[in-house]
Each structure stands twice: as C-alpha cells, then as structure tokens.
Write a protein of this length. Structure first.
Length: 164
C-alpha cells in the first residue's frame, strides 16, 4: 500500500506566498531589475525585423535598411511599400500604424462613412459592388436602417440582396 503524506500549512502562509508570486518584481529576474532591461534590450531579446540593435537597445531601422525585394504591401495612405519590413520601419519611426494589406493594388477597395440619424449613428460601407449599412446599436435595426429619412437611395435589404 502506498502511503501519502500531507503537510498542513497555515492558509495565511499559502496566500502570502501566492500573492508574492504575482508581484512585478518576482516575475523579473534580479539581473533584469539591476540592469534596467526592457523588452527593447537586445542583449536579452531579438529585435524585430524592422529594428536593429544599437548600444544594447532595439531601435527603428531607417526604412531603406530593410531588405529588398520583399512581398509588396500597401499602406493605410494607399502608398505602396516594397516589404512589410519597410512599412513597419516607417510605422516604428513615426509611432503610428502604416500597414494596410499585402499586395500591389493600393487603391481603396472600400470606403467607410459614419452618418448621424437622430440619436443613432450608421456606418455605411461603400464597395466596388455597391453600398451596405452596418448596424451595431441595439436600438438600430434593419427597419430603422431602411427608413427613407436616412437618405439612402434604396432599402438596405434590396442593396444587400443584390450582392449576396
């Protein structure tokens, strides 16, 4: 027969121990704390492809430093970039998003507009094949979207049925 031994530990000790495991300092190694390492410390982590290591820190590459050729991508501003690295290097440098999608056709494939109608708002998505309304509010439904006072040319149901 196997004997199992259980050690009874006061519950307050267990709770204090568990709580200390979740403090920030206990999750970081002593070396990281002492040397002020961060997620950008390239002596401890790999830099992202659009970054390079300078003086122990990951910093943004200049866009021309990304390898060519790459898989072409498009930016949110409809401008082409020769690679994802190139787009991300610009985003890193400017601290704002740049990447939209992979490909060489950077023209908008759809347009989004927000319309107010009383206390409600309607998102209208215009695609190459037509228009559709996106209803997101609990008070806004298909019947409300089809109200002529919204100002659209046809019923949402008719518009959607043409493209499905």
């Amino acid at each position: 027969a196997h004997l199992k031994w259980f050690i009874l530990i006061p519950i307050t000790f267990v709770l204090d121990f568990c709580k200390s495991l979740w403090t920030k300092a206990s999750r970081l190694s002593l070396e990281c704390l002492q040397r002020n390492y961060t997620r950008l410390s390239c002596s401890k982590v790999f830099c992202l492809p659009w970054q390079r290591c300078i003086s122990g820190k990951c910093v943004c590459k200049l866009p021309y430093q990304c390898p060519r050729p790459g898989i072409a991508v498009c930016g949110l501003n409809q401008k082409p970039h020769w690679s994802f690295c190139h787009a991300q290097a610009i985003a890193c440098r400017d601290s704002k998003p740049v990447f939209s999608h992979y490909g060489t056709n950077c023209k908008d494939v759809f347009e989004v507009q927000l319309h107010k109608f009383g206390d409600n708002e309607v998102v209208q998505v215009k695609t190459a094949k037509g228009k559709a309304l996106v209803c997101a509010s609990q008070q806004w439904n298909m019947a409300a979207a089809n109200d002529r006072r919204v100002g659209f040319q046809q019923s949402l149901e008719v518009g959607l049925s043409k493209h499905t």
